[in-house]
Design a protein around this ligand. Structure first.
Ligand code: SF4
Length: 490
């Protein structure tokens, strides 16, 4: 069951200013007797920040799998009656931001494929780095079909590979396929009876297991458990496959864990109320701000944040520096998420659509403005200008992460290397470019120590250029997302 809109999605109206975008949020629930589609809906609602282009839910009643997906926010995609028409004992859900493949309905997830032993529905957060090789494998197994089904994502290729295995069930097929996948993947998938969750051997993207009174939940972040009343049990381990059905929870290792968790989840991507590797993200971000105040001190009257992602670090900076924290910028929480295209006049307002300064707070003061990261620099340039217009005497920009210099190949769409302001400019040049009186970044050591995770268990490639998972030469430096898509032949 599904509906299909006319064509491409209208992009977020502030695309030119957008920060890093996550690849996706995934959610799965096995809970006979519960309204699983509604649980999946609320789970996706809590994960909406991870992907706002499309959303989908698949459910199974033990006999057949039904799926409903569409372009747009979770709240735009599903109505009460849509959810009522998705009965079942288990469900998976997905909210998407595209990193490979275009923003079209056909690339929304979950994906669905028939298998020899039923149907497979699958949802993915991450990005594979050997999609080209895998696509060739699919074509060998299914010469007459392969890519003709229309989807253009690595997720479709994974789904095809699992469904084409000559094994006795989905579980065995997944165990045969998972070791062949390279890159970052946190997966939830299901057949008519069983919910599965798997994480790549590096555990780049998060995935957690929770317990309901009547069943089990898996979600990209623990915030997705909280919203449905599930208690946190543990993380799905890197290199683990978990199966959940009426026999309970089974776990298998298909690879030795070599953890390389994404450092950027701590900086920006994950919700502040999420736990990753036992760490509360809010507290970690406050610690980054405290450290930043030590590393990059300044004399000022007031610390403000770029809401909302810069707020915990700004609180930390105020704590570390002794300078009071205040609200200086108010966020229009919903405008950036509208899918109505603005008029030219409104578009020219740029950042003012998103943020409004509190003149009475800012006027005449020396302001420290704390943000989580700088990608292209457009947002910070606009904020500095806006604060000056609001009467700030001095503007000191502090960033709670190191300069982002390298693209991510593991599921985060920053920009091309050429678009990253720090890939071509030194800190002083960036300061001049954004028009601030001073600019300070957190060091990589400061960032890693704030997470309390050993450096060897983290990916920091977008800051350091040291990619922990092999990047094929044709995907490496200088290539853009578009070119990656072409290399993969999508
Ligand atoms: S490159 Fe950056 S964003 Fe990508 S996985 Fe590594 S730390 Fe995360």
């Amino acid at each position: 069951m599904s509906r299909r809109p006319d064509g491409l999605l209208n992009h977020n109206i502030l695309d030119s200013d957008k920060g890093p975008q996550d690849a996706c949020g995934v959610f799965g629930v096995w809970a006979p007797g519960e309204e699983v589609a509604k649980l999946a809906f609320y789970g996706l609602y809590a994960l909406q920040h991870r992907g706002q282009e499309a959303a989908g839910i698949a459910t199974s009643d033990g006999e057949r799998i039904l799926i409903y997906k569409d372009m747009g926010l979770v709240s735009q995609v599903f109505t009460e009656s849509d959810l009522a028409s998705l009965p079942g004992d288990l469900a998976i859900g997905h909210c998407r931001y595209s990193t490979t493949g275009s923003s079209t309905w056909v690339n929304a997830q979950p994906t669905l494929r028939p298998t020899k032993y039923g149907t497979l529905a699958l949802a993915h957060n991450g990005n594979l780095t050997n999609t080209g090789d895998l696509a060739e494998l699919v074509q060998k197994l299914e010469p007459s079909n392969g890519r003709e089904r229309g989807a253009t994502t690595d997720t479709e290729i994974m789904t095809a590979l699992i469904s084409l295995q000559n094994e006795k069930n989905v579980e065995a097929s997944a165990i045969a396929v998972l070791p062949q996948l390279e890159g970052a993947f946190s997966l939830v998938f299901m057949d008519e009876h069983t919910l599965y969750a798997a994480r790549d051997r590096h555990g780049v993207r998060p995935l957690v297991l929770g317990k309901l009174e009547t069943g089990w939940v898996v979600a990209s972040e623990s915030a997705g458990l909280d919203i449905v009343g599930a208690s946190f049990v543990r993380e799905i381990e890197p290199g683990e496959l978990v199966a959940i059905d009426e026999s309970g929870v089974r776990s298998q290792r298909w690879a030795t864990a070599e953890p390389k968790g994404c450092l950027f989840e701590y900086v920006y991507l994950a919700r502040p109320d999420t736990l990753i590797a036992g760490q509360g993200i809010h507290a970690t971000r406050v610690a980054m701000g405290v450290r930043l105040a030590t590393e990059s001190p300044v004399e000022a009257d007031l610390v403000i944040s770029v809401p909302e992602s810069g707020t915990p670090a700004a609180i930390g900076f105020a704590k570390g520096s002794g300078i009071p924290f205040g609200i200086g910028l108010v966020k229009n929480s919903y405008v950036g998420r509208t899918f109505i295209q603005p008029s030219q006049t409104i578009r020219q307002l740029g950042i003012r659509l998103k943020l409004n300064p509190l003149r009475e707070i800012i006027e005449g003061k020396r302001i420290v403005v704390v943000d989580d990261s700088i990608v292209r620099g457009n947002t910070q340039r606009a904020i500095v200008r806006m604060l000056r217009e609001a009467g700030a005497r001095e503007i000191h920009v502090r960033i709670s992460s190191p300069p982002v210099k390298w693209p991510c190949f593991y599921g985060i769409d920053f920009a091309t290397r050429a678009e990253l302001i720090a890939s071509g400019l030194e800190v002083e040049e960036i300061r001049r470019s954004i028009g601030a009186d001073s600019l300070g970044y957190l060091s990589i050591e400061g960032l890693i120590e704030s997470t309390q995770i050993p450096e060897k268990r983290l990916c920091s490639a977008c800051f350091t250029g040291e990619y922990p998972i092999r990047i094929p030469a044709d995907l490496s430096e200088g290539k853009t997302r578009l070119e990656i898509t072409e290399v993969h032949g999508h």
